[in-house]
Write a protein that binds this ligand. Structure first.
Ligand SMILES: [Zn+2]
Ligand SMILES: [Zn+2]
Length: 259
């Protein structure tokens, strides 16, 4: 754990906004008995030189922390303000108690404003006892440090909404994109492990399709690329993986990668 350069990535959730299965869905994929076809909302844990970094805190945040055994957060980064990425923020409270300190949250100014609306009580001058205690750090599209580690934001487009992906050393995590400019792609190149979002086969206004994500993964050429933020419409995990090129596969909840 304290080994320098140690990095362990854990996929906490690999599903799209409603999760897989969505409530009440009786599709073949949603009825699958393969655990890899069950997907909580998209989030990732990066353990880096003993530091604990979480990206996004959606509606499944509490269960994801318990399931992955995460009992400390040194930095929580937000990619953007959509509720499937922010709805779990209230559940940082146990970390306040365990760590006896404020939680360090990193996001850009637009996301911060949205969080102020979504969680007015966290920002209240006179706080109700027991509300989450958070230090917010505004980031821009330039290198910043969180948990004492250098992190490079990568600005992608989610329809018209700018969203941040993040580069942690040789690992890049991107979700909720359907366009990445050549300038930002340059910041991704050379990474060993890349995560991209791939919603389904049919086109979508704000997410890469399986084909678009595959083409982009081949263009960037990381040693290994994993797809996330998937809908049940993408198909069965094992069948889709079998048809993808070498080095490209679907992520699944609980997948761990050591770098
Ligand atoms: Zn999303
Ligand atoms: Zn989104």
């Amino acid at each position: 754990m304290s080994d320098p350069f140690f990095m362990k990535i854990t996929f906490l959730g690999t599903g799209t906004s409603q999760g897989v299965p969505p409530i009440g869905c009786m599709s073949d994929v949603c009825l699958s008995s393969n655990p890899k076809d069950k997907r909580l909302r998209a989030s990732i844990h990066v353990e880096w030189d003993g530091k604990s970094i979480v990206v996004d805190a959606g509606p499944d945040f509490r269960y994801q922390m318990i399931r992955a055994g995460i009992n400390r957060i040194d930095a929580l980064l937000f990619t953007h303000e959509h509720k499937d990425h922010t709805a779990g923020l209230d559940d940082v409270r146990p970390f306040n108690y365990i760590q006896n300190e404020h939680i360090q949250v990193y996001c850009d100014s637009r996301v911060l404003k949205a969080l102020e609306n979504q969680y007015d009580y966290i920002f209240a001058e006179f706080k109700y006892p027991g509300v989450p205690l958070i230090d917010f750090h505004e980031i821009k599209n330039e290198l910043f440090h969180a948990a004492d580690k250098p992190i490079i934001p990568i600005e992608v487009l989610h329809y018209k909404l700018p969203v941040f992906g993040f580069r942690f050393g040789d690992f890049v995590y991107i979700t909720d994109a359907n366009f990445i400019s050549d300038i930002e792609i340059e910041k991704i190149k050379g990474c060993k492990v890349l995560v991209l979002n791939a919603l389904r086969r049919e086109s979508h206004i704000s997410h890469f399709t399986l084909k678009e994500a595959t083409d982009l993964a081949l263009k960037i050429g990381a040693e290994n690329t994993y797809f996330t933020h998937m809908s049940h419409q993408i198909g069965f995990h094992d069948e889709v993986c079998a048809e993808l090129p070498d080095g490209i596969e679907l992520a699944y909840d609980g997948l761990e990668i050591i770098l």
